[in-house]
Design a protein around this ligand. Structure first.
Ligand code: PMP
Length: 351
């Protein structure tokens, strides 16, 4: 390893993804995947796409998918950028919009990749402490020097900001880029997409990994002013001309088009989330009201780490974060109704 990389490796903590066990015995409630498979139309498209054309490179701009997404959100094609999962879109955004001279702002606690990107791309940052109730103190996100990034809803708390609050952040940062990471927006929040024509400093980032059941296909996208999209394309074209393969492109088109399946599955998840939240409260858990496909919870008597291990021993994986303020919390993905019934049953044996 060169000296540069060994020094960097010592000073940086990379992002640690949730466990993906090879063993199927676990009920996986640790990485916010969708318990329902993708739409059958997606599967058909993938089967159709597995043909001789795979010898050819895919469309570097993903025109059909960009048009499908643009039509869905009432935007122009030139306002859509595609990436290999929204993580890649976020990484490109850090490179395109933030710089080493002006600190950006993001909440502490939030999606841990923001700090990782800041460190690796040499972008200074200030973390804005969440309020006691874990809500984001909006006024502290005014007047950033280098831009703002935050997920809405926030992760791992699940708390969603109103559009009024998002607009306030945009208003106060008119000269800077504001990135709203809407990975979980489809589970009950209101998207900031409607602000795009009014605020050329807004970039909305979304993913097909959660509400569209396609974490394994790796498709994410950004929506914003065409100049922001051009900047992202510049970065992309300097790194990888074909971030999305042929199968991802054709499967994703069908995922966006199958509105009926999308509505049905995400509504089921919302319904299960509400039911599980009520049950957990009745068992003595503190549950933060969530507008996502996960629940952030703690118990007054049993420590989160003890619960984590006890659940794991009984075949259930959930997520714990090593961060002092949330050390006693668990993030639990909303699985199918059946999985969540098992989760509650097993939890009752533990608490
Ligand atoms: N943003 C947030 C807040 C997330 O939790 C995740 C999922 N880990 C992502 C972005 C990235 O999702 P993906 O790369 O699968 O699109």
């Amino acid at each position: 390893m060169s000296k540069f990389w060994s020094e960097l490796a010592k000073s940086l903590e990379p992002y640690t993804p949730g466990e993906q066990p090879k063993d199927k015995k676990y009920i996986k409630l640790n990485t916010n995947e969708n318990p329902y498979g993708p739409s059958s139309k997606v599967i058909e498209a993938l089967k159709d796409g597995a043909n001789d054309n795979l010898k050819l490179y895919p469309d570097p701009n993903g025109d059909e998918l960009r048009k499908t997404i643009a039509d869905y959100y009432g935007l122009k094609d030139e306002q859509v950028f595609l990436g290999n999962g929204s993580d890649e879109v976020l990484a490109f955004s850090f490179m395109a919009f933030f710089n080493p001279n002006e600190p950006i702002l993001f909440p502490d606690i939030t999606y841990s990749f923001y700090k990782v990107y800041s460190n690796i791309y040499n972008i200074p940052y200030e973390e804005v402490k969440l309020n006691k109730d874990f809500s984001v103190p909006i006024n502290k996100l005014h007047h950033s020097k280098g831009g703002v990034i935050l997920p809405n809803p926030n992760a791992p708390t699940g708390i969603c900001l109103s559009l009024k609050s998002i607009e306030e952040i945009l208003q106060f940062n008119k000269e800077k880029i504001v990135i709203i990471d809407e990975a979980y927006i489809d589970f009950g929040g209101n998207s900031a997409v409607g602000f795009i024509d009014q605020y050329p400093n807004l970039l909305v980032v979304q993913t097909l990994s959660k509400s569209r059941s396609l974490a394994g296909l790796r498709v994410g996208f950004a929506l914003g002013h065409k100049d922001l999209i051009s900047a992202l394309n510049y970065v992309k074209n300097s790194i990888n001309s074909y971030p999305l393969d042929r199968l991802a492109l054709c499967g994703a088109v069908q995922a966006i088009k199958d509105e009926e399946y999308f509505q049905e599955t995400k509504n089921k998840i919302i319904e299960t989330r509400e039911k599980v939240s009520q049950e957990l409260k009745s068992m003595g858990f503190l549950v933060i009201p969530s507008l996502t496909n996960f629940i952030f919870m703690s118990h007054t008597k049993i420590h989160a780490k003890e619960l984590l291990y006890s659940l794991r021993e009984r075949g259930i994986l959930v997520r714990h974060f090593n961060h002092a303020r949330i050390d006693n919390h668990l993030r639990v993905t909303i699985g199918s109704e059946e999985e969540m019934n098992t989760f509650i049953r097993i939890l009752r044996e533990i608490v």
